[in-house]
Design a binder for this molecule. Structure first.
Ligand code: FE2
Length: 178
């Protein structure tokens, strides 16, 4: 589940990795087919991290993968979000469009929505997202009560915990922090 409590007193990135310079990640088919590169997020939902906004700009960028019939619960964005659908199809319950491969999306600040992939979808959806800030999960769209929060820092923490669990080099994640 997304993080409920924020307890760090630093950005949790080691001083040696607090850098600003450019970097690249080659998301090849081989890279995407390595299941270890996908961080478990919520049931049926993984993300492949590309950028944790810990220094120059808050936010995060990743490829989100959602399995058929799964969803990202209602959440609110205080900042803008860009998306580009790479495969599969998905939509927000609150809108009438359906994103398919090649669909570009701009989500304005102040919007709450529920991301769903149809249960009869033939494949998971994969969408490249750039969030310029955090996101706040809501109990439901009617009440709109915040119940959880994520941003570049909490997603980094989730990813670090996963890498520790599978015995993977944490530097691979720190390299994505800017
Ligand atoms: Fe969203």
């Amino acid at each position: 589940m997304p993080i409920f409590n924020l307890k760090s007193y630093t950005d949790i990135v080691p001083a040696s990795h607090r850098v600003f310079h450019d970097y690249t990640v080659d998301v090849t088919e081989e890279y995407k087919s390595n299941e270890e590169n996908w961080i478990p997020y919520v049931e049926g939902v993984h993300f492949l991290p590309l950028w944790f906004g810990t220094r120059s700009q808050p936010g995060f960028s990743n490829i989100l993968r959602v399995q058929p019939g799964k969803q990202l619960n209602p959440h609110f964005h205080p900042t803008g979000v860009f998306g580009f659908t790479m495969s599969g199809s998905w939509r927000y319950l609150e809108h009438d469009w359906v994103a398919t491969p090649g669909t570009f999306l701009w989500e304005p600040p102040g919007e709450a929505h529920t991301l769903v992939v149809p249960a009869d979808a033939k494949e998971p959806m994969q969408t490249y997202f750039i969030s310029l800030g955090g996101l706040i999960y809501l109990d439901n769209m009617e009440n709109g009560v915040p119940i959880a929060y994520d941003d570049g820092f909490t997603l980094l923490e989730i990813s670090l915990n996963y890498y520790k669990q599978i015995g993977r080099d944490l530097d691979e994640l720190y390299k994505l922090c800017r």
